[in-house]
Design a protein around this ligand. Structure first.
Ligand SMILES: C[S@@+](CC[C@H](N)C(=O)[O-])C[C@H]1O[C@@H](n2cnc3c(N)ncnc32)[C@H](O)[C@@H]1O
Length: 239
């Protein structure tokens, strides 16, 4: 619970800075939106982890006349997205997507780059699958374990601890993608991660000291510049 509270706090604090730092998440939202099923209207849709609304914008465009329930565990993120789409009809809720109350069912459940913050992704996906109506589908994207390989390599070479979360894989993955993003340098990469609220480290992590951090940043700059790999997994469950 303490770890989850720090995840929420971190996203809450960065909701205002998120849009200036989320070009990768935006590209992934676009890619996920292309895979979503068409609908003639009237269906019930749940979005989990809406953030400031990168995927939400596509949902409003694709699902005119449908019932959208847009949620995030961070109250500030929900407020931010809600303000952005103030003229459009939708239900907005603060909700922990891995612990929904399960009383409602949906034709479509979607989440862009949010499930990596779940404490047990497998159990959560199973729970969410039970919230699908017959013929309903769950679509999600999340980082894969080859993400940030440059930073992990540098820390490994220096025998320093890695704070990045373990991103589990699952049998629901139907597509993988590698995106190479060029940050200005190591500091820009780390600052960007913080500025999207992704600064919470894995539970067992001991933070680097100031001099270890300086050493790791210098090695990243020297070996890779700001080049960073995002490995993205796209998952789907059909009922
Ligand atoms: C990297 S952001 C992605 C936001 C947005 N979907 C996008 O495409 O830009 C991750 C989002 O997941 C939310 N999140 C983290 N843990 C969550 C949970 N347990 N339930 C629901 N949302 C969660 C965060 O608050 C944050 O808004």
């Amino acid at each position: 619970m303490r770890w989850k509270n720090s995840v929420v706090r971190s996203f809450d604090q960065k909701s205002a800075a998120y849009d200036r730092n989320c070009s990768v998440q935006q590209a992934i939202a676009q890619s996920l939106a292309v895979d979503l099923p068409a609908s003639g209207g009237g269906i019930d849709i749940l979005e989990i982890g809406c953030g400031t609304g990168n995927l939400t914008a596509h949902l409003f465009h694709l699902y005119v006349g449908c019932h959208l329930h847009i949620t995030d565990v961070s109250p500030a993120m929900v407020a931010c997205a809600k303000a952005k789409f103030s003229g459009v009809e939708a239900r907005w809720s603060v909700m922990d997507g891995e612990n929904p109350d399960g009383s409602e069912t949906y034709d479509l459940i979607v989440a862009n780059m949010a499930f990596q913050w779940f404490e047990d992704i497998g159990a959560a996906v199973e729970r969410l699958s039970f919230m699908l109506k017959p013929n309903g589908s769950l679509f999600y994207s999340m980082p894969g374990n080859e993400s940030f390989s440059e930073w992990k390599q540098v820390l490994n070479d220096l025998s320093l601890p890695i704070g990045i979360l373990d991103f589990p894989t699952s049998s629901d993955i139907y597509r993988e993608e590698t995106i190479t993003h060029h940050y200005k340098d190591a500091v820009d990469f780390l600052r960007s991660m913080k500025n999207i609220g992704a600064g919470t480290a894995r539970k067992d992590y001991t933070p680097l000291t100031h001099s270890e951090m300086k050493q790791a940043c210098a090695a990243l700059d020297q070996n890779h510049g700001g080049k960073t790999t995002w490995h993205v997994l796209y998952g789907r469950v059909d009922r």
